[in-house]
Design a protein around this ligand. Structure first.
Ligand code: TEU
Length: 610
């Protein structure tokens, strides 16, 4: 089947006179009411945060019980991964009722209490908006799948088998696209004789955003949550909502030759046809006009962040340009893919620091004039950074966790702290597939082994990178199950919890917790941390990450040794800054600077202000 030419992309540049936050363009000290430019966000993965009823699964009352931990850390916003009614095929990223709370997590009343608890502490709540797809148990999909004449048939992507093939047969899928979770992106539905599209799991059918009814239903749901006091949205894979549709309604095949590595899959990469699609900006602008422009119930502007695998800097600049009225910031994946090998994420290679520095500098500079960055090392999909790019040995775990924090939190943008990052929690890297629960990991394992790879080979790839590394229960204390639950945890606790836990960290003034607390204080206290221009130093240095931030006559210098060996560096033109105020340091006994020469111990970092 040859794919006719895709339709050209409409592109709006219209502005929306209604929105009142013009002030927050570059360098405007007042920043107008774009409060999120100086905020720090804390991500809670409810399933693994705190269990209040002993069923071994974290819940909303568990989060409510820990609000003072978050308050004392100093964060401004809590992003809650999905808590909505869901069969939990992908731990809640498969929603069957957007306005229902999964009983595992609690009730709407619990959400209201959480909102009140956060607001009373001067904090805000961001909900996870998962609208590229629903669960296949969502009423919308149930109706859509009921018959080809269903009024909701076009709410999803249904297509007949490939011409000349019988449905369900090998190769009959409407396109040859590979799913994020292994296998084809198409599921055969014998009841109606068609396939439906799912970029992720079979139980996560993609919504058809081409259909205005779908979009209006999503906006109505968002407005419902905003009226309930929600202060913003983290939008799941939001840059996948616009697909390339050919004139005859078909979806184009992935380009043959971009096949995935041998033995891994017989499918092709379809991402050019569903990533940053032709109507993405139109849809985001419409969402802005319909919902975001109207702000929060508090009267403040909402905070929005779009998770965007495959987003480019150019696209991110368009999405986050305030004049275009789309989103406030995006999650790029470029930096968290910097150590992916030729086999992708399952074949990590050692970090080459200059590569990471170059990438972060490009985004810092690229969104300086227009737009805004999000800043993150960790989330519920990424392995723990202290194990990945730090050194999680007993000797260096604390210092490396702190210094990775120093590097990230003094950059320009809004930092995100993932639960446990403030404690320096590490990967578990289990060696048996039986220990894992993550659908992406399990699907990859079975696709690889059925493709001929050995258990040992596959587990060597899974250990350091599986999402379950981020999802082990939060380590609150050295009591059984790290104080996460009085029951049996849904996923095993990292055995290092007796040493790595919140109680111990809060009690130790030199802990990762207090270092993160001080970094957050610096962002709240110093305009240069929020708005200062970024300039990278020593781009090619293999051990040291150094940069300046400058605003008016103030310069902040951040210097960090991200290696397990000592480092001595000359920081060109920084003698005056090094002679300035030492704002924060990981090593109280750090060697005094000598002019612009700084000697750093393994994993030592400092920040100066002059
Ligand atoms: O993640 C999207 C995404 O790109 C990740 O799946 C990523 O490819 C992979 O995990 C990196 O290893 C979002 C959510 O954050 C994730 O938890 C969901 O599983 C996914 O969307 C589907 O909703």
């Amino acid at each position: 089947m040859t794919s006719p030419e895709p339709k050209p992309a409409p592109d709006h540049a219209g502005t929306d006179p209604g929105r009142s936050d013009d002030a927050h363009t570059r360098g405007d000290a007042s920043r107008g009411n774009a409060w999120w430019r100086s905020a720090v966000v804390y991500q809670v993965y409810p399933r693994s945060f705190a269990d209040s009823d002993g069923d071994g699964i974290g819940d909303l009352r568990g989060v409510i019980a820990k609000l003072d931990h978050l308050r004392s850390l100093g964060v401004d916003v809590v992003w809650l991964s999905p808590i909505f009614t869901s069969p939990q095929a992908d731990n809640g990223y498969d929603i069957s009722d957007y306005q229902g709370i999964d009983p595992t997590f609690g009730s709407l009343e619990d959400v209201d209490e959480l909102v009140a608890g956060l607001h009373s502490r001067g904090m805000r709540l961001v909900m996870d908006l998962v609208v590229n797809h629903t669960s296949d148990e969502h009423q919308w999909f149930v109706e859509s799948a009921a018959s080809k004449d269903s009024p909701k048939r076009d709410w999803y992507w249904w297509r007949p088998p490939r011409e000349g093939f019988v449905g369900g047969e090998r190769g009959a899928e409407p396109t040859n696209w590979h799913s994020f979770f292994s296998g084809s992106t198409w599921q055969w539905h014998p009841e109606t004789g068609e396939y439906y599209l799912h970029l992720f799991a079979r139980k996560q059918p993609d919504l058809n955003w081409e259909n205005p009814e779908v979009r209006q239903a999503v906006y109505a749901m968002m407005r419902w949550w905003v009226a309930r006091g929600v202060d913003g949205f983290r939008m799941d894979v939001i840059n996948l909502i616009s697909k390339v549709v050919c004139d005859d309604g078909a979806l184009p095949d992935g380009v043959v030759g971009t096949d995935l590595p041998a033995g891994v899959s017989r499918y092709a990469d379809g991402s050019p046809f569903y990533t940053n699609g032709p109507r993405l900006h139109e849809f985001l602008h419409e969402m802005h006009t319909e919902v975001l422009a109207h702000g929060a119930a508090s009267g403040d502007v909402l905070i929005t962040v779009g998770e965007m695998p495959g987003v480019t800097l150019e696209e991110a600049r368009k999405v986050t340009d305030p004049a275009r009225r789309e989103l406030d910031m995006v999650f790029t994946f470029e930096h968290v893919g910097i150590d992916h090998g030729p086999g992708g994420k399952w074949a990590l290679r050692p970090l080459h620091l200059p590569d990471l520095k170059a990438n972060l500098a490009r985004w810092q500079e690229g969104l300086m004039a227009v737009g805004w960055n999000s800043l993150y090392w960790n989330n519920h999909d990424q392995p723990r950074v202290v194990s990945r790019w730090g050194d999680d040995s007993a000797e260096h775990r604390v210092a490396s966790a702190k210094s990775l924090g120093t590097v990230l939190h003094l950059l320009r943008g809004t930092p995100y702290v993932y639960q446990g990052e403030e404690l320096g929690m590490t990967n578990v890297g289990w060696s048996q597939i039986g220990s894992y629960q993550d659908i992406e990991t399990l699907n990859y394992y079975s696709e690889s082994v059925s493709g001929g790879a050995s258990d040992g080979e596959v587990m060597a790839g899974i250990g350091p990178v599986s999402r379950d590394n981020a999802r082990t229960p939060m380590q609150w204390s050295d009591t059984p199950h790290a104080g996460f639950t009085t029951g049996t945890p849904w996923l095993a606790v990292n055995p290092n919890y007796p040493a790595v836990n919140a109680e111990a960290a809060v009690a130790d003034p030199d802990s990762v917790f207090h270092h993160y607390r001080r970094l957050i204080e610096l962002r709240h206290a110093h305009e240069v941390v929020v708005e200062g221009d970024f300039a990278l130093l020593l781009p090619d240095h293999e051990q040291v990450f150094a940069y300046t931030r400058s605003l008016g006559d103030e310069t902040l210098l951040m210097v960090a040794n991200l290696s397990s060996a000592p480092a001595v560096v000359d920081l060109p033109g920084q003698a005056a800054t090094v002679a300035g105020t030492l704002l924060i340091a990981t090593h109280a006994d750090g060697a005094p600077a000598d002019g612009e020469r700084v000697s750093l111990a393994p994993w030592e970092s400092r920040a100066y202000l002059a």
